[in-house]
Design a protein around this ligand. Structure first.
Ligand code: 5AD
Ligand code: SF4
Length: 493
């Protein structure tokens, strides 16, 4: 094979690429198809494999489906074996420090795999790569990483991968560093619609409604790594969901860092409650969920729509973060303890069968025992079905990182344990309340070990029950026979 002739051909492909999106990416997918299929032929017809490893939240999970969509369209076969995949990509999270440490551990493991097979591609994308310090660290300490991109240019994966293959053709690029492609945009320039998509479940699907966040909670790195809030056009969202419904999807989960401020960045756009109503009008869609709701933007109108529309699931994730008004102020949450409690009461009054879940941070700078007691008492009053509890993690670049009075580790740990106990006790007490009832369940999978089917109630609580695998993807009535703390054992009726 003559590398320099190939290089000339690659350069020509790059020069002739269309400039508009997503046409440009489909053009590079076509070019990749040829490269990847010839790699497959060289090894006896088996297509090269790819493995996408996702860390973090539902946004990242959704992004990974798009990434996998592009890779599959280009001819890769999916595998979950990261040690021997031809292309491994880590879609990273940086919300807390331990998320970062986890990535470096995984990267370290791949070092020897890469030595044995230098043609293998290792790529990193996602939130952590929007932090300059982390990118620098990867470039210095992990020379075997081949491709780096961020949250704002995920759509251009096909082009970046093509450029990586092109660099590998150039015999002048001998060192790993010279063959590497690093492309990061400081800000989101646009929303690119209509990219390939690899759906994980045929019956349910996450749908982005907005990207980024404008809230700047003082502990949170999201606004810096995901940028300012940008809403997708409702037309695009609704047409995507119509397509999903036509494809047999029963449940959609609308995704945004703060769904309640959907449309605030575009005066001509509808509000979130109105969008929900429109989604409920789509035939075939049986269940509508959404994540996440900032309490300060949760409107009366949203509560009304939830109460009126039976398709909207009886679950609301309402991050509280702290039960102390003083700490909430320092967090820039823009609601008080009383405001949060009032909101919960209003919601419970309008939608009595709602399941409420929350996020709580322990050990925010300046948190005293008294502040912490306030958090415990709000948890007692709100009776959450689940609360995700986090130890405060200092994120460089956020205002809280510079605050005085960082709480000592042992104090935080002790508070955290107390909170966990309380949250657990209440969740156990609450989760049995529907025992004896027969309620609709969307069956999501059959457990390989027990053969039991696993499904979800409208309020998001899991139910395990005996039944045949053919029922996966169907909604059916199940009697909740026994409560096992955080889930039910059921029986088909
Ligand atoms: N430390 C600890 N928890 C955090 N979260 C966000 N930033 C931090 C941080 N610096 C939590 C919040 C948020 C959830 C997704 O992660 O509770 O709601
Ligand atoms: Fe972070 Fe606050 Fe935005 Fe949530 S609302 S993503 S916690 S800044």
């Amino acid at each position: 094979m003559n590398h320099q002739t190939d290089l000339t051909r690659y350069e020509e492909i790059l020069r002739e690429a269309p400039s508009e999106e997503p046409a440009r990416q489909y053009y590079f997918i076509d070019a990749l198809k040829q490269i990847i299929s010839s790699q497959g032929q060289e090894r006896g017809g088996q297509a090269p494999s790819c493995c996408v490893v996702t860390f973090g939240c539902q946004m990242n999970a959704r992004d990974s489906e798009k990434i996998l969509g592009t890779l599959k369209a280009a001819g890769y076969r999916e595998t979950d074996r990261e040690e021997d995949a031809d292309f491994v990509l880590f879609n990273t999270c940086t919300i807390r420090e331990n998320a970062n440490e986890h990535l470096y551990g995984r990267l370290g493991h791949l070092k020897h795999c890469k030595k044995e097979h230098p043609e293998r591609i290792i790529a990193i994308c996602g939130c952590m790569m929007q932090e300059a310090d982390e990118v620098e660290k990867v470039q210095e300490k992990y020379p075997y990483v081949d491709l780096i991109f961020g949250t704002h240019n995920l759509y251009s994966l096909a082009e970046l991968l093509f450029r990586l293959f092109m660099k590998r053709q150039d015999e002048h690029n001998k060192k790993a560093r010279e063959r590497r492609v690093v492309e990061l945009l400081p800000e989101a320039e646009r929303i690119v619609e209509e990219l390939p998509n690899a759906r994980k479940y045929p019956f349910k699907q996450g749908v982005n409604i907005s990207f980024g966040c404008n809230n700047f909670c003082t502990y949170c790195i999201v606004p810096y790594v995901r940028g300012r809030e940008r809403s997708r056009r409702s037309e695009d969202i609704l047409s995507e969901i119509r397509g999903l419904a036509a494809d047999g999807v029963l449940e959609v989960m609308l995704l945004g860092q703060n769904v309640n401020s959907y449309g605030n960045d575009d005066p001509s756009e509808m509000s979130f409650p109105e969008l929900l109503r429109q989604v409920c009008r789509i035939d075939g869609i049986q269940r509508v969920r959404f994540m996440t709701s900032h309490p300060k933007d949760l409107s009366e109108e949203l509560i009304r729509v939830m109460a009126e529309e039976p398709k909207i699931c009886r679950h609301l994730h309402l991050p509280m973060q702290s039960g102390s008004s003083r700490i909430l102020k320092a967090m820039n949450r823009r609601y008080t303890r009383e405001g949060y409690l009032e909101l919960v009461e209003k919601i419970r009054r309008a939608i009595p069968d709602i399941s409420l879940t929350t996020d709580i941070i322990v050990g925010f700078p300046g948190e005293t025992e008294e502040d912490f007691q306030d958090t415990l008492s709000v948890v007692e009053q709100c009776r959450f079905d689940a609360a995700f509890t986090f130890i405060y993690s200092k994120r460089t670049g956020t205002p809280a990182a510079k605050m005085e009075d960082q709480v000592p580790e042992d104090v935080v740990k002790e508070r955290f344990d107390r909170l966990l106990k309380l949250v657990d006790r209440i969740a156990r007490e609450e989760s049995g309340r529907d025992r004896g009832k027969t309620l609709p369940v969307l069956v999501e999978e059959q457990q390989p070990e027990t053969g039991l089917l696993t499904g979800r109630l409208s309020n998001n609580i899991l139910v395990h029950f005996p039944g045949p695998a053919e029922l996966v993807g169907k909604i059916l009535p199940v009697k909740l026979v026994e409560s096992r703390g955080f889930y039910y054992i059921g029986q088909m009726v």
